[in-house]
Ligand binder design. Structure first.
Ligand SMILES: Nc1ncnc2c1ncn2[C@@H]1O[C@H](COP(=O)(O)OP(=O)(O)OP(=O)(O)O)[C@@H](O)[C@H]1O
Length: 355
């Protein structure tokens, strides 16, 4: 296990500044997920921790030792790549033990560690197969096995599940979560998939344009997003953003209204607003309640799409101003396409974002 600290970390390629001063503290045994849209710099950050990219500024330390200039092999880390990077001409066992062999670990110890990893990953029966005889999920296990045998202080995963189909992704996600529990190791995981981030992480780091937007436990970020970007990135379907105007303010609440919404007080959660200010209400689809009859403090619209997913139904409702709003309702609630609906919400579950 290891403690990893990133302090004012920067990365430039020529004049392009792609990591712009990042501070992250990763505790012993923590599962930390870097998440963000394509190009936000999450892989670059991970590769700097691995030692595969130089660090342009700031300090990276593992267990209190600055490792900025240490070779990858001397950092006590092991990385699992999206591409698996396994050798087709070697058996699974040889692939898993390859890193140990080239580091000079003797054959007996290598065999013991390969068996130990195979046990953990439940792939003892695969050790003599060639990679071409394996499924995608099994290949990913080989890549993880290769990391396990090195007994690293820190595991680094770079989008390890991107090449797998949806159901296999879910299985492997659970496997990785179990592996973390079993090994208790520090793990840093990069993904652009917010579901992976929400389900795997002890701590999520949301990145955008080379800057940290927010760091916190998954549910903390879900319920208290620091800004509109974090709010829109986490949660599925995404949060709805509905433009309104501030009609009045008091100490702990703000009165908002629009052409489609009669005035309603919303908690201001320590932020200050001014009368007449244009803001957006952020309401998650799960907190929007559609009604067949007209309802107080609600938006009106008509249903344009219904998607039955089994236990819940996703509705798309077009408001009178033409904006689309998504609501998730229970399977028992039936709305027809074209039907008028009144959308109410609990003011306690609403976020306000200044434009
Ligand atoms: N070798 C390089 N030279 C110049 N620019 C680079 C280089 N590698 C990455 N970049 C740029 O750095 C930024 C961050 O890239 P990075 O691969 O870290 O993003 P990412 O968040 O991992 O994206 P993705 O999810 O698409 O992999 C991007 O704008 C990318 O174009």
């Amino acid at each position: 296990m290891a403690h990893v600290n990133l302090s004012s970390i920067q990365k430039s390629y020529g004049s392009a500044n792609v990591i712009k001063g990042v501070d992250i503290e990763i505790n012993d045994g923590e599962f930390v997920v870097f998440v963000g849209p394509s190009g936000c710099g999450k892989s670059t950050l991970l590769r700097m921790i691995a030692g595969l990219e130089t660090i342009s500024g700031g300090e990276l330390s593992i267990d209190g030792n600055v490792v900025n200039n240490l070779e990858p092999k001397d950092r006590g880390i092991a990385m699992v790549f999206q591409s698996y990077a396994i050798f087709p001409h070697m058996t699974v066992g040889e692939n898993v033990g390859f890193g140990l062999k080239i580091s000079g670990v003797d054959a007996k110890e290598t065999e013991q560690r390969v068996n130990e990893a195979a046990e953990i990953l439940k792939m003892k029966h695969l050790l003599h197969r060639r990679p071409s005889q394996l499924s995608g999920g099994q290949r990913q296990r080989v890549a993880i096995g290769r990391a396990i045998v090195r007994h690293p202080k820190v595991f680094l995963f770079d989008e390890p599940l991107s090449n797998l189909d949806a159901s296999l992704r879910m299985d492997m996600r659970m496997e990785i979560a179990k592996l973390h529990k079993q090994l208790g190791a520090t793990m840093i995981y990069v993904t652009h998939d917010q579901v992976e981030a929400m389900t795997l992480a002890d701590k999520i780091v949301v990145l955008k344009d080379g800057l940290v937007q927010q760091v916190g436990a998954p549910m903390e970020l879900f319920h208290n997003p620091a800004n509109r970007f974090v709010a829109s990135f986490l949660g599925s379907p995404s949060m709805n953003f509905i433009p309104v105007q501030v009609a009045d303010v008091k100490d702990d609440a703000v009165l908002v209204e629009s052409d489609e919404l009669s005035p309603v007080w919303i908690p201001s959660r320590g932020k200050s607003y001014t009368k007449g200010q244009n803001v957006e209400l952020g309401i998650r689809p799960q907190y929007i309640e559609p009604h067949h009859e007209r309802h107080a403090n609600s938006f009106s619209g008509h249903i344009v799409l219904t998607e039955r997913l089994g236990t819940e139904t996703v509705l798309e409702i077009k408001l009178l101003n033409g904006q689309s709003v998504i609501a998730c309702v229970s399977q028992d609630e039936v709305f027809d396409i074209g039907e008028e609906a009144s959308l109410s919400f609990d003011p306690e579950c609403v976020h306000i974002f200044a434009e």
